[in-house]
Design a protein around this ligand. Sequence first.
Ligand code: HEM
Length: 249
Amino acid sequence: MRQQELSATLKAYPVWDAVTRWFHWINVLCVLGLLAVGVVILNASTLGVSGDGKLALKTVHVWIGYVFAVNLLWRIVWGFIGNRYARWSAALPAGRGYGRDLVAYLRGVKAGEPPAYRGHNPLGRIMVGALLLLLVNQCVTGLVLAGTDLYFPPFGYWFLDWVGVAGATAEQLAGLKPAQTELLNAEAYAAMRDFRKPFIQLHELGFYALLFAIPLHIAGVVVTELRERNGLVSAMFSGDKVFTGEPRD
Ligand code: HEM
């Protein structure tokens, strides 16, 4: 009987558009792949991986990275042109009234009756902001490393130009493996490796921060799903959330 009453009052609301859902799951797959290959690269010496093996791992990591980067870039653009819940104005922890909404939401959580949101709730927006920042950091630093370590696009030709000896042809340099230093200007190469240092440090730091942020994101989703029961998880597949009353947004 109670179940019948509940289903009679539940109403489905479309929230996540197809682009946002595709972005989310492609991103999950890419990040898992990048984390897995990244862990092996990080521990390559301990695992006894050869130089060529490490090069192959970096190449696979970068190819997954390109899919990750294009997907992320498209989501950033979609944040300006997508539906109202996909927009950055609704997804990031900023904007008019955000502070007030956050206080009201926290009070609601404390009282056991948090206000219902179709899009991200104010706490969720903080998580989105943190994850976005970390993903952009991995993307930018990763693309620079792809250039310094493998001379891969988009910055690879620029780095080759910097470190190649005068007179080396574009063809010679294009086929150059990272460990081959004979066509390199030693001084420029050392300067390039110095330039690279903060990028690898940020890439590694971002990796550890993601290892912390991803479980926090999943825990937040599970706790909110269990407390509010709006179909938060299934909405990332179907696009719809369900509410008994009128959501705030
Ligand atoms: C969620 C995204 C990513 C994660 C978690 C991640 C993680 C990692 C980790 C743990 C390493 C090993 C660091 C080390 O050896 O000290 C690494 C290395 C590397 N990553 Fe990523 N990465 C991500 C995205 C990317 C992207 C988008 C690219 C480029 C398209 C990229 C390019 C590289 C390269 C070239 C290296 C080799 C650096 C080196 O050790 O010499 N990464 N990544």
